[in-house]
Design a protein around this ligand. Structure first.
Ligand code: RTP
Length: 157
């Protein structure tokens, strides 16, 4: 499982606090479900500061880093963390989210449909196989937190 380029490719997708606050969780889950991807991990949490800093380690020198970590961890609303599985899910997950800056995100994408501000862009998706692996073990490191199960998507009539 989790091997890039296979039907078991996996990615980490999160609904950020603004997306949870705005009631967009079901819409975002629904888009991935209806596309045919399989949900294999799901949790609701207020991330620790340590988790958020590790997740965004690449951005630690950016001027917006402290604000980004506070927004993710202050508990005004929680985060939904998910692992989705299926063909090309890393790349297609990013396509479904839309551009990082929502002002550049196309209609039909999550960000293009629901937001305008880069600092409040509703969702996160792993940007590469390496990030997916790192983020899945960071957010779902505990034993039994990811479930292998069989969906019927492979057997349409
Ligand atoms: P994400 O990880 O959230 O999917 O976003 P990304 O890879 O497309 O973009 P990245 O450059 O890694 O930025 C991560 C998150 O940082 C916030 N950000 N704020 N100028 C700003 O205030 C600014 N720039 C980036 C966004 O929430 C972005 O998703």
């Amino acid at each position: 499982y989790g091997v890039p380029g296979t039907a078991q490719e996996r990615t980490f997708i999160a609904v950020k606090p603004d997306g949870v606050q705005r009631g967009l969780v079901s819409d975002i889950i629904g888009r991935f479900e209806r596309r045919g991807y399989k949900l294999v991990g799901l949790k609701l949490l207020v991330p620790s500061v340590g988790l958020a800093k590790e997740h965004y380690a690449d951005l630690s020198s950016k001027p917006f880093f402290a604000g980004l970590v506070d927004y993710m961890t202050n508990g005004k609303a929680p985060v939904i963390g998910m692992v989705w599985e299926g063909p090309s899910v890393i790349k297609q997950g990013r396509v479904m989210l839309g551009a990082t800056d929502p002002k550049a995100a196309g209609p039909g994408t999550i960000r293009g449909d629901y937001c305008l501000s880069i600092g409040r862009n509703i969702c996160h998706g792993s940007d590469s196989a390496e990030s997916a692996q790192k983020e899945i073990s960071l957010w779902f490191g505990g034993k039994g937190e990811i479930t292998n199960w069989t969906s019927n998507n492979a057997e349409w009539v």
